[in-house]
Ligand binder design. Structure first.
Ligand code: ADP
Ligand code: MG
Length: 481
């Protein structure tokens, strides 16, 4: 798409008051993660292909962002810290046509107002880098220093002089969690950029910058998810009505119904590669899964919507995470259709085949069926019910649908069994029974397994430590998250 970065050829200028007055006003720096977001967006706008983010003390002690982008010309470094100084837009008309992630000229001055900021930056046509320290919003100690082209910005002692606001920050672990979320989202939006996130000296995230979204998904969500994800592509739905604007282009990946999560935290939306929050987009995706997911389950999705910049207003909120679409309805239905299309074409086409009468009854083990389309296949075992409550009658298996559901015939007609749910239930009942007899099978691990959890998950784990140990899980905090 190559949209961000377009504005970087321009010099930095202070916006005219009539333009500046149209910028959505409000606090840019809410918490350390907002600083990380603004700095990463600046690096992306500068066309960086490598961005390293280093964080100490939950971002309060240090946030350092190093990029290999375009850099700031020596003569403009102080200007970059002036309010409403930006190289990305100029006129009122530009405000309706934003092609960069930044445009308000407020991030650097806002950050320098609440922290100590050191910048070292170099453009490709300059011999050396330019160094500047910002203290209490004023520049000092300007000098030259060696550096390859790009920019390093170090932010220290964030909000130290603002105890009332500092007090509202959560633990380092929580703030680091927010920072990791920001970097994860941008790494999904920019798979061609190599991101490294170091939290308290530990590599929390590294993406290869291969340009392949699946590689980023592997890093963030693991192998099973990365392999299973289905590609969402704009499908030809016939020509749009004459007078209509060009259709938004939808791209990205969604999980098949067999891979789902218990929370909504796995939906990532980008509009022209800007990370946005949107209930409308979330609804469009979830409706595409209608009836395909168990209650309480949510899909994993990474969706980018490209559309002409005039068709989306990004100047709605100071943190730029909310957007307004000119044609909400079109976006909604295009997205829903694209996701549905991915799910349908990702699932094998059901082929109903006659089923020979089954042999002697057998209780299904935890592995019920291998994924695949409906096939006559080997004679299917009838399902007896090992479940203690709500037991099922003897069923005759007819086949399998979409690799996820078992179709069976019973005394009351057709039974549709979600095989993943059934498998989980079998395991769950087994573990529960063991626990009741106080003989949970505990298997010690040769090597400790480190799992990374979000701040919220960490809280939950802490609260249920005893219950978990009753089930044989020994947990210990490791690292600072
Ligand atoms: P905005 O991004 O809205 O323009 P900022 O305050 O974030 O405002 O940045 C001000 C200007 O400083 C940008 O317009 C850009 O020209 C320059 N700048 C900031 N960060 C970088 C960077 N990492 N690389 C190159 N230029 C940068
Ligand atoms: Mg910016």
């Amino acid at each position: 798409m190559g949209m961000p970065g377009v504005g970087m050829k321009e010099a930095i200028r202070v916006l005219m008051p009539e333009v500046a007055s149209k910028i959505a006003a409000g606090e840019v720096v809410e918490r350390p993660a907002s600083v990380v977001k603004e700095l990463v967006e600046n690096s992306l706008d500068a066309n960086a292909t490598q961005i390293t983010i280093e964080v100490r003390g939950g971002g309060v002690n240090l946030i350092r962002v190093v990029d290999n982008g375009a850099g700031i010309p020596s003569g403009q470094v102080e200007l970059a810290f002036r309010r409403y100084a930006t190289s990305k837009i100029n006129t009122l008309a530009d405000l309706g046509n934003i092609v960069s992630l930044g445009f308000r000229g407020e991030a650097l001055p806002s950050i320098a107002a609440v922290a100590e900021v050191d910048i070292l930056t170099r453009t490709a046509d300059e011999e050396a880098g330019t160094y500047l320290e910002m203290r209490d919003g004023l520049g000092r100690g300007k000098g030259q220093r060696g550096r390859p082209p790009g920019t390093t910005i170090a932010v220290r002692n964030l909000l130290r002089n603002f105890p009332a606001r500092l007090k509202f920050l959560k633990s380092s672990a929580t703030e680091n969690g927010h920072i990791a979320t920001v970097v994860s989202q941008y790494s999904l939006a920019f798979p061609e950029v190599r991101f490294t996130l170091l939290l308290e000296g530990r590599a929390a995230l590294r993406t290869p910058g291969s340009g392949n979204l699946r590689d980023v998904l592997l890093e963030l969500y693991g192998l099973e998810v990365a392999q299973a994800m289905l590609e969402v592509a704009a499908r030809d739905e016939g020509p749009p009505a004459e007078a209509m604007a060009p259709l938004p282009q939808v791209s990205g990946m969604v999980s098949p119904p067999s891979v789902a999560r218990s929370g909504r935290g796995y939906l990532s939306f980008f509009v022209n590669r800007r990370w946005v929050n949107s209930r409308m987009l979330a609804r469009a995706v979830e409706e595409a899964y209608h009836a395909l997911l168990m209650a309480g389950k949510h899909p994993i999705a990474v969706i980018n919507i490209s559309l002409p910049p005039q068709d989306v207003d990004v100047n709605v909120h100071p943190t730029k995470t909310e957007v307004r679409f000119r044609q909400e309805g079109v976006i909604f239905s295009t997205l829903q259709r694209a996701v549905r299309g991915a799910l349908v074409s990702g699932a094998p086409v059901p082929r109903i085949a006659a089923q020979p009468p089954p042999p002697s009854p057998r209780v299904p083990g935890p592995t019920l069926w291998a994924p695949g389309s409906i096939e006559a296949g080997p004679p299917a075992p009838p399902l007896a019910a090992p479940l203690p409550q709500a037991s099922l009658p003897i069923l005759r298996v007819l086949g399998q649908l979409s690799g996820s559901y078992i179709l069976a015939e019973g005394p009351e007609g057709l039974y549709l069994i979600d095989q993943h749910a059934a498998h989980e239930r079998v395991l769950c009942d087994r573990v529960r029974a063991q626990r009741q007899r106080q003989e949970v099978e505990v298997q010690g691990l040769l090597e400790l397994v480190t799992i990374e959890v979000t701040a919220r998950q960490e809280e939950l784990l802490k609260g249920h430590g005893e219950a978990l140990s009753g089930y044989g899980f020994a947990l210990e905090p490791f690292g600072d998250r």
